[in-house]
Design a protein around this ligand. Structure first.
Ligand code: GLU
Length: 444
């Protein structure tokens, strides 16, 4: 079996040289689904895996814009339309200097399985740019978004491809992107999700990724006979996902003691709650991408250039970016008593950290844990099609059900003795639906 997997991966790597994040994401999925793949000769005959690992379409384009000093700036824009077997391509846009084709291919590939797990009719896609919003003025961000959309609008549409936010793309950016799409196409449609409430957005969408992650953790804990209340959490990041997760954990009686940024991390022994949670939004709005000011504001401790995983906690929820927990971090967490790690970031653990955590503690991957964000995006699309706005309770209630069902799927496909292998459960559960749809739709 190992030899066959290696043969497949060697061929993939030869075709996609240098795309290391993409290789990492594919390897994890292929190892999980290999048994199912072998047991079903129809998948093999139709070369489902070879097709699934080749995006249906990749669009790369120049994004020229003029900064506040009148200088011309050039960035690169991308949209990876990965898989449309289950619905229109769906997934976020990331604006960050680390964005490359490899990063977006890994994210688009993961998105296909994540969206499948939500049970909503959405295919997988991802896009973005190497543009850094850090330190940019509002006008510069608007001009960049308008230039980006001037090209992207040719390729997307409410029945074709529906982008949303991701790192560096929040409500403000979605507003500028939507405005430019509407202006060029003369159409008011649900072509983007994460829109403002007054112009087609959904209640709970800003909170959805963080809330969904905590609902998922609640189900993981239930299986262990435990509860959120009374547990101590470490969280990384201080953006939208961390904010949503911390809000829900505080509401349910848990205590979050860390947040982090590119500059280091904060340890707040008293826990992050109340006005401290609101302060995260202020910090984010400064566009400086540093977390240190929290320490001065609330008298907490700041550890420059370090990661929060060295603190003693019961549960860790990485909410920042890929590969933010390495093997050493994972071992330190477990040594200090951490018994559960749920990734709210996409591919938050390195491959060796993930392999270790599967055996050591209760560990769940991003594509299951953070699916609440795109799930509520799917509900935003439904509301746009109906031309209706649902109540907070309606959306939150559906998010609860979706997260419970994703957890059930992980348990169904991931049970190994008295343990749940959530990585296998999420990968097999996500894969089977996409593979069967591809078989039904022929060689396309
Ligand atoms: N970027 C988010 C994710 O990784 C949300 C995508 C969406 O809402 O389309 O799932």
């Amino acid at each position: 079996m190992k030899a066959d997997i290696n043969e497949f991966l060697t061929a993939l790597k030869a075709k996609t040289a240098g795309e290391k994040e993409f290789h990492q994401a594919v390897q994890e999925v292929v190892e999980s689904i290999w048994d199912v793949y072998q047991q079903n000769p129809r998948y093999k005959k139709a070369k489902i895996l070879e097709r699934m690992t080749e995006p249906e379409r990749v669009i790369m384009f120049r994004v020229p814009w003029v900064d506040d000093l009148g200088e011309v700036q050039i960035n690169r824009g991308y949209r990876v339309e990965f898989n449309s077997a289950l619905g229109p391509y769906k997934g976020g846009l990331r604006f960050h200097p680390t964005v490359t084709l490899s990063i977006l291919k890994f994210l688009g590939f993961e998105q296909t399985f994540k969206n499948s797990l939500t049970s909503l009719p959405m295919g997988g896609g991802k896009g973005g740019s190497d543009f850094s919003p850090k330190g940019k003025s509002d006008n510069e961000i608007m001009r960049f978004c308008q230039s980006f959309m001037t090209e992207l609008q040719r390729h997307i549409g409410p029945h074709t491809d529906v982008p949303a936010g991701d790192i560096g793309v929040g409500g403000r950016e979605i507003g500028y992107l939507f405005g430019q799409y509407k202006r060029i196409r003369n159409e008011f449609t649900g072509v983007l999700t994460g829109k403002g409430l007054a112009w087609g957005g959904s209640l709970i969408r800003p909170e959805a990724t963080g809330f969904g992650a905590v609902y998922f953790v609640h189900h993981m804990l239930s299986l262990l006979g435990k509860d959120i209340a009374g547990q101590t959490f470490s969280v990384s990041g201080f953006g939208n996902v961390a904010w949503g997760a911390i809000t829900k954990i505080a509401e349910l009686g848990g205590k979050v003691v860390t947040i982090s940024g590119p500059d280091g991390y904060i340890y707040d022994a008293d826990g992050i709650h109340g006005e401290k949670i609101d302060y995260l939004l202020e910090l984010r709005a400064t566009n400086n991408d540093i977390v240190e000011p929290y320490a001065e504001e609330f008298g907490a401790k700041f550890y420059p250039d370090r990661r929060p995983w060295e603190q003693k906690v019961d549960i860790a929820i990485p909410c920042a970016t890929e590969n933010e927990v390495n093997l050493e971090d994972a071992q330190l967490l477990v040594k200090n008593g951490c018994f559960l790690l749920a990734e709210a970031s996409n591919m938050g653990c390195t491959a060796d950290a993930a392999e270790y955590l599967i055996k050591a503690i209760s560990y769940a991957p991003g594509k299951a844990v953070n699916a609440g964000g795109v799930a509520v995006s799917g509900l935003e699309m439904t509301q746009n099609s109906q031309r209706l706005n649902w109540t907070r309770e309606e959306v939150d209630g559906r998010l609860h059900i979706i997260m419970r069902e994703i957890h059930d799927t992980c348990v169904r496909y991931g049970r190994e003795g008295d343990k749940i292998n959530y990585v296998k459960g999420a990968n097999v559960g996500g894969f089977v639906k996409v593979a069967d749809a591809m078989l039904a739709q022929g060689v396309v």
